[in-house]
Structure formats: C-alpha cells, structure tokens
Design a binder for this molecule. Structure first.
Ligand code: UDX
Length: 448
C-alpha cells in the first residue's frame, strides 16, 4: 500500500478511547465512522457535542466533521471501513478479571464482509484474547478478517496530545502484512513502533500500567516512611528521579491512584497471573498499598480535629486527577464515604466533575470559597491548578479552622504556614500518627 494513502476506518465504541482515536485519525486525514450502541450519545455527537471533558477533543471533532460520521449500525460502520478498531470498555468483573462481553458483542455484530478487513484491538484485554478472537472469527466464517493488537497509551487530560505524539506505538499481529497496515497509520509521528506477537503486545499494555501503578505505590510508601522519619518526599522524589535509570515520572506521592485504567488493569493482570497459577506478590502489594493510601487522609484529619463526627470537611477536587471530569475509581469516593461514615459533613467542589449521584449525603458546592466556608478542614483531593490559590486571608478567615490537608502536595508548606494555615501534606516530614501537638484543640468528643 502507498503509505500516504488514507484508510477508511471504523471505530466501535464512542467512549473516551474510541472518540479520541476516531477524532485523531480523522485529523490525520482518514475517513472515520464511529459506532456506538447508545442512541443519545450518537445523536449528541452528530450534533457536535462531546459528552465528557477532554481538553482539545470537542474542537478536534468539530474541525474534522467532514471526515467523521457517527452511527448506531455496526454493519454500516464495518462496511464503510478497511480497519475496524475495537474501543469498547473492558471493566472489571467481581472476580477481578476483565469483562470482555462488549468485545464479543462487536465480533458477533460484524457483518459477513466479503473482503479482507482488519480488526484492530485498542481496548485493554487479558493476554490470550487475540487467540480467542481469532478462533471466534474462524467460527463465524470470517477467517479472511485479519487481527492486530494495537493497545492505547492515552492518559486522560492529555489524550489528544498522547495520540498524536506517542512515546511508542505497539503493533502485535498474526500476519506481518496486517501489522504493516496498522503501523502505517502512525507514520510521520516520529515514534518508535514496537512490532510483536499478539500475546506480547497485549502484555506490554498491562505491564506498562502495572509498572506505573507500582511507582506510585512505591513513592506513597516512601512518603509514609518520610512522615515517620522527618524526611520530605517531594525532595526525595526529586533526588531519586534525577537518576537517569529511574526518571522523574510517576513519583508524585498523594492520595493513591484512581481512574479507569490503573485499578482495573492491575487487578486484571493480578487475576490473569493467578488464573495461570502464578501469585503476583508485588502487584498484590501495589494494590493493597493504594487502598490504604486513600484512607490515610482520615488519620491526618483526626490528628488535628479529634473525632470527625459533626465536623465539616471541604473536599477540593473529586475527579481522579486534574483536567478530567472522570470519577471512575476516584480516591475522593472512598474518602467522602469514609468521612460520612465517621459522621462528618462533607462539602465538595470540583471545577468540572460531578459526584452528586455517586456519594449520597455529600453536598456539592459551586466554588472553592463556598466549599471551605465554615469548614474545619480543607482537603485537596485533586491537583486542579485553581487550588494553588487557596492560601488567601479571605479563605483562612472564612474557615472554622484554617487546616489544610494537601493530598497532592500542591502547596508549599512554608507558604501555608506563613499564611496562617495549619498544613499537612503527604510525606512532608511530620508524622500523621504522632500525638496531638499542644496547640491543637481537643474537642470533648475526642477526650471521651
Ligand atoms: C493511565 C496511563 O497513564 C495511560 O497510559 C493508560 O493507557 C491509561 O491509564 P490515566 O488513567 O488517564 O492514564 O491517568 P494517569 O495520568 O496515568 O494517572 C493515573 C492515576 O495515578 C491518577 O489518579 C493520578 O492522580 C495518579 N498519579 C499519577 C499519582 O498519584 N502520582 C503520580 O506520580 C502520577
């Protein structure tokens, strides 16, 4: 094939991965048909609306309207394309395995194409899925359809940038010619292309996310030890990250990782290993550390406030990270639920995410100032830039107690102290578990 030739592309699933993939391929000049099963979503997309927040995506969809079509009809999408990208979600089941039911639905719905097309798996799937899909295609009489694994490595909030400027492109294929056609889509992006067998391509995705999650749990445990020993994890991470063998990324200590990928993919990899008879000890610890990390903020609050019953806690940020409205597996959900269970009043503000229906009993606020007014503590849960301006006289004076628990180490502890706030970061040298300082107010409930 002429490498500059544009391929007609179908995308199955207009979720976050599917829409970013479709819009970016359209931006690269391909004709793209995006198929989803939810009528309202398709209607909205046809009218130019994107139902979730991803910087730059709505503009990209708008700019490429002529090359982007949206449909509910699987056959229509498949008939229009040479490359059929599977971008459906693969959520965890109760057993921790990935739920592939949406992938199988796509295979079932493929029309009996009378020409060679290639099914390209972007969804994150367990190792071995490619073999199973291959077998399912044979059973359906679609042995002429090729299969390629081409996992996504898109971080929410920067997904368009990640798609168009990837660190690497991974292409696993049964037939080299199929891999060539998929690899050609990324030509000109100046990124290395890793060609692999299907199982290895599938494993690269799971291993990359598990490794990133491991770095986060590692630095969170270092932070916890910093608190017990008087070191500052921010300086420690800086010093560790300058080692070229380690690098600076994913060493930000905080309230634990969340999102649609890390929790699901670590659990799926752990389960995949255990289904094959291997106990993945390290990954089990990574997951457990993360669960405990989400709860440590409670101890920090209790250190200053005593029992939390009746206290008002402002949660600043709800999304699992900044620049997204995604609430999937957000640490804020666990934190808010624990606070409510302790009898605290929880007032939350996020610039874009809405958790109204997810956590019952929490009040939603319109602004940071509104959330912290009268609060006994403000907890920074998501690293939104606007929370950097927390340390004002107005905010301090509006709070019942000027206590800030900075779950993302967003603020400078010294600046916080000189602005008159009591400050607790994550791993910033003061033990969250140490005895109450003399100056802290003990309330009667705590004294009981
Ligand atoms: C991730 C991967 O980065 C991406 O390659 C993959 O394909 C999908 O999953 P995403 O879930 O969007 O992307 O978010 P990411 O930026 O990786 O952050 C994941 C979580 O880790 C967030 O909750 C974030 O706040 C947390 N995190 C990240 C830390 O706590 N510390 C860090 O140093 C980095």
């Amino acid at each position: 094939m002429n490498r500059r030739e544009k391929e007609p592309i179908a995308i199955f699933g207009a979720g976050w991965v599917g829409l970013v993939t479709g819009a970016c391929f359209a931006e690269l000049g391909h004709e793209v048909t995006v198929r989803d099963i939810v009528p309202e979503k398709v209607e909205k997309l046809r009218a130019g609306g994107v139902s979730f927040f991803e910087p730059g995506l709505a503009e990209l969809v708008e700019r490429n309207r002529e090359r982007l079509r949206f449909t509910l009809d699987a056959a229509e999408a498949a008939q229009a394309a040479e490359l059929l990208f599977v971008c459906v979600d693969t959520p965890p089941t109760y057993s921790g395995d990935a739920d592939l039911s949406r992938v199988w639905t796509v295979i079932d719905e493929l029309p009996s194409l009378d020409r060679r097309a290639i099914l390209v798996m972007k969804s994150t799937v367990p190792v071995g899925t490619g073999e199973k899909v291959r077998a399912a295609l044979e059973t359906r009489g679609l042995s002429h359809i090729g299969y390629v694994s081409n996992p996504e490595f898109l971080a929410e909030g920067g997904a368009v940038r990640d798609f168009l400027n990837p660190d690497r492109v991974v292409v696993g294929a049964f037939a080299d010619a199929d891999g060539d056609r998929v690899a050609a889509l990324y030509e000109g992006m100046n990124a290395p292309v890793v060609r692999a067998d299907i199982a290895s391509a599938e494993m690269i995705k799971l291993a990359a996310n598990a490794f990133l999650a491991t770095r986060i749990s590692f630095i969170n445990e270092i932070a916890n030890v910093c608190e017990a020993t008087g070191a500052d994890v921010v300086r420690v991470a800086e010093g560790v990250g300058l080692d070229h063998r380690l690098g600076p990324h994913f060493l930000r200590a905080g309230v634990g990782y969340g999102g649609s990928c890390f929790p699901k993919d670590t659990s799926a990899l752990k389960q995949l290993a255990s289904n094959s008879g291997y106990h993945f000890q390290l990954l089990s610890a990574v997951i457990e550390v993360n669960e405990l990390q989400k709860r440590r903020v409670i101890k920090k609050l209790e250190k200053h406030l005593g029992r939390l019953r009746g206290k008002t806690i402002a949660l600043l940020g709800l999304a699992f990270k900044a620049n997204t409205d995604d609430m999937r597996e957000a640490p804020s959900i666990v934190l808010a639920s624990r606070l409510l269970a302790e009898g605290a009043h929880v007032r939350a503000y996020d610039p874009v995410a809405d958790a109204g229906d997810i956590v019952r009993g929490m009040s939603s606020c319109e602004s940071m100032a509104d959330a912290v007014r009268g609060a006994d503590a403000a907890v920074i849960v998501t690293e939104w830039d606007e929370f950097r301006s927390l340390l004002t006289d107005e905010i301090r004076d509006s709070m019942s107690r000027p206590l800030v628990v900075d779950g993302r180490n967003l603020l400078d502890p010294e600046a916080a102290a000189s602005a008159g706030f009591t400050y607790e970061g994550i791993g910033r040298g003061v033990s969250a578990l140490e005895a109450l300082p003399e100056t802290a107010e003990r309330d009667t409930e705590f004294a009981e």
